[in-house]
Design a protein around this ligand. Structure first.
Ligand code: HEM
Length: 404
């Protein structure tokens, strides 16, 4: 192991510097870490430091072993890791087994691949409507006008959001996810509180009138005697609605930009020479919107021979796993027909993204619209990257869409 070759003082390797993601080249930094120190220690001046894992097998080792690595202290790096994290141990994503299995078990039927398929028509309809609204409408921002509005418009019924509340809730989740940029931002916290308050009301409503959504599934489980508090339900709904909205949008934004750079591949997809299924996986591998996932070592352990101390933070960098040369052939190339493509964009192990079937289906439906032969999409300005070490992607993608 070559961990000692890593120089923590090297400013070019500051993984938590927002500037690296806004203007720098994080892929160059990750590539160097993969080569020189796949498991490396990073000091954070004034704060607790952290381990960074940048290679695929080592990253999966951390994510798949909840007996060594816990989620309860939070799943993203933040400056004050020792402060208790809101929702730790109660919000599904912030629990470990066996509690995690109990909460996830309540939701599994609603998120099965079969259940996701029932959203196919809805996804096609919404994708078509949103693209029609920006066609022949002059310069528009793909992120604001399409990508950000799309996921919740498709999944609202599942997530217990009434049709008339979709825009309101989408605005809150967008702001709530801004803590990816300003981690201590009170506006982001306020938006989370709005979402929690919203779900407290939905919960009361579903007790009287259960439906077929996530809140009703929890209400039913409670009524059947499962020990789940209202707080756990509300926090997990907040987790769901933010996770659904803020990741899918990044894949479609970054994916569209990659498609605009590869018109011959877009044309091959349009002609049916590349399967839509493979194209979706490559868009996911390429965009990898979750930059890292954090775990905390439960006891002294090791990863690839590097000793990790009990209580230390271990971060796994998913876009770097997706470019691991030992797993992917020519990983730096965007190839819509890539096979095999076992990317890590949805994580791995017990917390593997529960919304993956839905996300795949939504990306596929929007992709159909993006390569539709009746329209032409062109860049209309400089894309802007999100300055965040948590969420990777674009917060602005100016385009024009014209009918042919
Ligand atoms: C392309 C879109 C998406 C990406 C890249 C993505 C990525 C991820 C990743 C990396 C994790 C693992 C987190 C961890 O291990 O700590 C995760 C978990 C999760 N995702 Fe997604 N996600 C996407 C879409 C969605 C959608 C559409 C939903 C819901 C409708 C969703 C809901 C969740 C939830 C609830 C969890 C926590 C699962 C658990 O703790 O068991 N995600 N997602």
């Amino acid at each position: 192991m070559v961990v000692e070759r890593y120089a923590p003082a090297d400013p070019g390797l500051a993984l938590t510097d927002p500037a690296l993601y806004a203007h720098g080249d994080p892929h160059a930094v990750w590539a160097r870490l993969r080569r020189e120190a796949p498991v490396s220690w990073h000091d954070e001046p004034g704060h607790e430091g952290f381990w960074a894992v940048t290679t695929y097998p080592e990253g999966l080792d951390v994510l798949t072993d909840s007996s060594r690595f816990s989620s309860t202290r939070g799943t993203f790096l933040r400056p004050n890791l020792s402060d208790p994290f809101p929702g730790g141990g109660r919000m599904m994503t912030l629990t470990d087994p066996p509690r995690h299995g109990v909460l996830r078990g309540v939701l599994s039927r609603l998120f099965s691949p079969r259940a996701a398929r029932s959203f196919e028509a809805r996804a096609g309809e919404v994708a078509h409507r949103l693209m029609a609204e920006v066609t022949d409408a002059g310069p528009r921002d793909f992120v604001d006008d399409v990508a950000a509005r799309y996921p919740l418009a498709v999944t609202a019924a599942l997530l217990g959001v009434a049709p008339e509340d979709v825009d309101r809730v989408a605005a809150w989740t967008g702001t709530a996810a801004d803590n990816i940029v300003d981690i201590d931002g009170s506006t982001a916290q306020q938006a989370h509180l709005e979402v929690l308050q919203y779900y407290a009301e939905v919960l009361e409503d579903r007790r009287r009138r259960p439906g077929d959504d996530v809140v009703s599934a929890f209400v039913l489980a409670q009524a059947e005697g499962l020990d789940i508090s209202d707080e756990e339900i509300i926090l997990t709904c907040d987790n769901l609605v933010v996770a659904a909205g803020e990741t899918t949008r990044q894949v479609t934004g970054a994916g569209l930009l990659a498609l605009l750079d590869a018109p011959e591949q877009a044309a091959a997809l349009r002609r049916g020479e590349i399967s839509r299924k493979h194209a979706v996986e490559e868009m996911l591998r390429w965009s990898a919107p979750v930059n890292h996932i954090m775990r905390t070592a439960l006891a002294d352990t090791e990863v690839a021979g590097v000793p990790i101390g009990a209580g230390q933070a271990v971060s796994v960098w998913l876009p770097s796993l997706n470019r691991d040369e030992s797993v992917f052939e020519r990983p730096e190339e965007f190839r819509l027909d890539r096979r095999p493509n076992r990317h890590a964009s949805f994580g791995g192990g017990g917390h593997f993204c529960i919304g993956a079937p839905l996300a795949r289906l939504m990306i596929a439906a929007l992709l159909d619209e993006l390569v539709d032969e009746r329209i032409e999409i062109a860049l209309a300005g400089e894309p802007r990257r999100i300055p965040s070490y948590i969420t990777g992607g674009l917060d602005r993608l100016p385009i024009t869409v014209t009918s042919r």
